[in-house]
Write a protein that binds this ligand. Structure first.
Ligand code: HEC
Ligand code: HEC
Ligand code: HEC
Ligand code: HEC
Length: 427
């Protein structure tokens, strides 16, 4: 071979390698196009029927029944009380059913079972609780509109025969991604976003956001509302609540301190969208539903659990660090967040105690006591925004560490105020 031929041959080989690499990346990033469509009628809520149509995906979804401790020790999906490691929950939720029963979240296929067995339920529980537990929500909302939220929960639970499944996220006719929770659709509308026009990429997070988000019930009607009108940070949501939206003032009064508490509810979407991955356009599905291969067939994992259980598939597409290093990094983030979360929770509990103590003193300064209550309300909200979310800070470590720092400071201010309210004489 002449020199020219050699150079040409090298160039040809390099181009083949280069284009091969590009095509690999492009195909590697694209959703599987090999799925054979098996259209099902609207209103198909039976997991088995979906399973017969898409066996590979069903098999993967059924892994959501598996139970194990989390690889990092935080989270996991074994049904255990969160208060076991954070006894401060008993104090901070005193006066609310969450003090009775608050377990670690499990896989989607347990949603109806865990709802039925929850000790937080009472005969007076409302239909609103079923919103994020089953695809029958679509039928209830079609038949009753928001009135379903005020119907007796027991009645709806009898009708909802299946837990969260395919129909919560897919249109049965064409498998397009969809959202069915009206509270999410309305909240996005108020922010000027029409979710029916969302791109596939956006839908890969919206399908999760329709449930993994903060909400409250409108007094008397129990309509579910997401508090997003002013924005999604803890501060913006706190300001939203301060305006007493729809007459809503608090979830409960803490029994000892009479603080009107806002109970945080899993703000995973809020946390993520403002974090590094959310900002960089990495969707929930990128990490929680990575592409897998089985006998040459490519599919997106429907085992919606800790991504660390399949860390190579979940993170390896973007991070080429050694797997152990990446794991250690996640663990370090969570250790740091946990340390502050625990401190914040304990300090908030002390604030409740200080207020309770001050309020028994004769001649207590009521104005100062109210100030202590307001500071505790905010401190608890900031703590619970992090504590109620599910990733122990991983989705947004910068924001969560800041939020917990503020919570601790506010709780100390509340304790000072409570002491001042009690008066120097009575200390
Ligand atoms: C919580 C939401 C959610 C649930 C529940 C869910 N899926 Fe999916 N599914 C998705 C997302 C998101 C994608 C797209 C993943 C991607 O782009 O990689 C997807 C992709 C698919 C695909 C590939 C076709 C396509 O459009 O990419 C099939 C087939 C599928 N799912 C079937 C099912 C079946 C069957 C069930 C129930 C056993 C189910 N899914 C449950 C969210 C869900
Ligand atoms: C219809 C509401 C709904 C949708 C949609 C939904 N989730 Fe969930 N998710 C839940 C509920 C409720 C639980 C807790 C179930 C239980 O504890 O019984 C849960 C639990 C989880 C868990 C904990 C399971 C474990 O193994 O630790 C993960 C992770 C999770 N969801 C991720 C996702 C992701 C990612 C998406 C979107 C692809 C999504 N969820 C969509 C309601 C939903
Ligand atoms: C960059 C990857 C990544 C993205 C994007 C991401 N997560 Fe996570 N998520 C994680 C990791 C890592 C954990 C911690 C897992 C552990 O502790 O074992 C986690 C934990 C969770 C958990 C708790 C699981 C448990 O063990 O109880 C839920 C629920 C969850 N994520 C939902 C979501 C939702 C909803 C979105 C989108 C709004 C999202 N995640 C986006 C990586 C991600
Ligand atoms: C689709 C691409 C993508 C995926 C998948 C992804 N990441 Fe990232 N990750 C990024 C980008 C982009 C950044 C920000 C730029 C940077 O620092 O490299 C980032 C940053 C990080 C950081 C540093 C920022 C911080 O919060 O400290 C960690 C740690 C991290 N990712 C862990 C993970 C883990 C663990 C997973 C899997 C569960 C994962 N990532 C999945 C794209 C991704």
């Amino acid at each position: 071979m002449s020199r020219i031929q050699k150079i040409l041959a090298t160039l040809v080989v390099l181009s083949i390698l280069f284009f091969g690499f590009i095509m690999f990346r492009v195909w590697g990033a694209k959703p599987p196009s090999t799925v054979k469509l098996s259209p099902l009628p609207q209103g198909t809520y039976d997991t088995e029927i979906w399973g017969q149509a898409y066996p590979l995906y069903y098999q993967s979804y059924k892994k959501n029944l598996e139970m194990a401790a989390s690889p990092t020790g935080y989270g996991g999906n074994i049904k255990q009380q969160k208060a076991e490691i954070q006894p401060e929950l008993y104090t901070n939720f005193k006066g609310n059913p969450f003090a009775k029963d608050y377990t670690e979240d499990r896989g989607h296929l347990y949603s109806m079972e865990d709802l039925r067995e929850s000790k937080r339920l009472s005969p007076a529980s409302k239909g609103a609780c079923i919103t994020c537990k089953t695809p029958y929500l679509e039928q209830f909302y079609k038949e009753m509109g928001w009135k379903y939220a005020n119907a007796p929960l027991t009645e709806l639970m009898d009708k909802a025969k299946h837990p969260i499944n395919c129909a919560n996220c897919h249109n049965p006719e064409n498998m397009a991604l969809r959202v069915i929770n009206p509270a999410f659709i309305e909240a996005m509308q108020r922010r000027g976003i029409d979710v029916s026009k969302a791109s596939r990429e956006e839908m890969r997070s919206y399908v999760c956001a329709q449930c993994h988000a903060e909400y409250y019930f409108v007094p008397n009607t129990y309509q579910v509302v997401f508090p997003w009108d002013k924005g999604l940070t803890p501060q913006q949501m706190y300001e939203y609540y301060a305006a007493k939206p729809n007459g809503f003032t608090q979830d409960f009064f803490q029994t000892d301190s009479k603080v009107p508490v806002l109970k945080g509810q899993h703000p995973d979407y809020e946390e993520w969208q403002n974090g590094i991955h959310g900002k960089m356009g990495v969707s929930c599905a990128d990490c929680h539903m990575p592409y897998m291969r089985q006998q040459g067939r490519k599919y997106s994992s429907h085992w919606m659990t800790s991504p660390l259980k399949q860390i190579n598939e979940a993170c390896g597409t973007c991070h080429n660090q050694v797997q152990d290093k990446l794991y250690e990094q996640v663990k370090a983030i969570q250790d740091n967040v946990w340390q502050l979360q625990h401190t914040a929770g304990l300090t908030v509990a002390q604030a409740h105690a200080a207020i309770a103590n001050a309020s028994t003193k004769p001649g207590v300064n009521q104005q100062e006591l109210e100030k202590a209550r307001e500071l505790t309300r905010k401190a608890q909200w900031f703590w619970d925004y992090v504590a109620a979310a599910n990733s122990m800070g991983f989705h947004n470590q910068t924001q969560e560490l800041n939020t917990l720092g503020q919570s601790i400071d506010l709780a100390h201010q509340a304790i000072d105020s409570a002491k001042k309210a009690a008066g120097a004489n009575s200390l």
